[in-house]
Design a protein around this ligand. Structure first.
Ligand code: SAM
Length: 331
């Protein structure tokens, strides 16, 4: 998220109302809150922050930021503005993806020595396509207490907003930039039995939709743009139609998430079979025969089905089924 972006946020920030409480201390009347932030000795507070609407900064997040000795963040200007909005002033420690790994041992030492540090990324949940995970990992390894203050994430917000079946989903984050790599990655994802969620930037959205149209021509796709912001928009159509719509609209601006509907049953079966695998095909065939025999399937049916799947002569597969069946009877 850019620093201009935070400026835009402030425009539709419910807390910017003259009567709205400006500081965490004034938010303590919130009846729903069951636990206020209790500043403990050393530890890490991982703080979720808004993805576009400052009204989504939770009272608990404000309390945690206010209680920290220092706030680690990606871009100090972005987090500085967020803190200023909440009326908090704290030392900021730059911990973007280029430096966080190198800084982690020192930060963990500080927390082990009794300091409380907060970590916030530019927007949304830290560690979700953002830095943060290495710090949490190292803190936990060192026995430093870690608390997470949950906040919005574009992934979950888009899933719900898309209306696409999301009982099961797979979060991919950003796809590879090169077309060939992207196509290979999508081929791997074709067999995932759930919705797929991708983060994307405005200047790569057309290329990504073109790849999706090739990989999943019949699946419904939702393009969720500027979520929680003034110009929030969700476009939904099968991938090729959505690509056409986006091309007709010209440059689409803002932040965006793409949600792809789960595969139909037959599409998923076909994708499972065509997955690139390191397994020896002969071994895979034997394994499938054994599980079909376990399931009580007749030898002729197994031969018919698996000869097609493995592009083998039906008679050869049938002979193998009988041989394995005999082995099992002798064992
Ligand atoms: N940590 C963040 C989270 O929890 O969602 C994600 C950070 S990632 C670097 C930034 C990407 O998230 C953007 O490129 C976009 O794909 C997505 N994103 C963030 N805010 C968004 C918004 N308001 N609307 C749509 N997508 C958003």
């Amino acid at each position: 998220m850019s620093s201009e972006h935070l400026d835009t946020l402030a425009e539709h920030d419910p807390a910017a109302h003259p009567d709205a409480p400006a500081h965490a201390a004034e938010r303590r009347t919130d009846d729903c809150r069951v636990r206020t932030h209790e500043p403990a000795a050393g530890g890490l507070s991982v703080v979720g922050t808004p993805i576009g609407n400052l009204g989504d900064l939770s009272p608990r997040a404000v309390d945690a930021l206010a209680a920290a000795d220092a706030v680690c963040c990606e871009d100090t200007r972005v987090t500085g503005k967020l803190l200023a909005h909440a009326g908090i002033s704290k030392p900021l420690i730059r911990c973007d993806e280029n430096v966080i790994a190198a800084r982690t041992p020192h930060l963990v030492e500080r927390m082990a020595g009794g300091e409380r540090l907060a970590f916030a990324s530019d927007a949304g949940m830290p560690a979700i396509s953002d830095p943060g995970q290495v710090l949490v990992d190292a803190a936990r390894d060192a026995g430093v207490p870690v608390e997470v203050i949950p906040g919005p994430s574009a992934c979950v917000t888009a899933l719900v907003s898309s209306g696409i079946a999301c009982e099961h989903f797979f979060f991919e984050g950003f796809l590879p930039r090169k077309e060939g790599e992207r196509a290979r990655r999508l081929a791997r994802l074709a067999a995932v039995p759930g919705a797929l969620v991708f983060y994307e930037s405005p200047h790569r959205i057309e290329a990504t939709l073109a790849s999706l149209a090739k990989a999943f021509p019949t699946r419904m796709v939702a393009l969720c743009r500027e979520l929680t912001k003034l110009h929030e928009e969700v476009l939904r159509a099968p991938a090729p139609d959505l690509l056409e719509q986006v091309q007709e609209r010209g440059e689409l601006r803002g932040e965006m998430v793409v949600v792809v509907a789960p595969p139909a049953e037959d599409e998923m079966q076909a994708a499972v079979v065509s997955q690139p695998s390191n397994e020896d095909p002969e071994e895979a065939l034997r394994r499938d025969i054994v599980s079909a025999l376990d399931a009580g399937e007749a030898a002729s049916g197994i031969a018919k089905r698996l000869s097609q799947r493995y592009s083998r002569r039906r008679r050869d597969v049938y002979n193998l089924v009988i041989a394995l069946q005999t082995d099992r009877a002798d064992a």
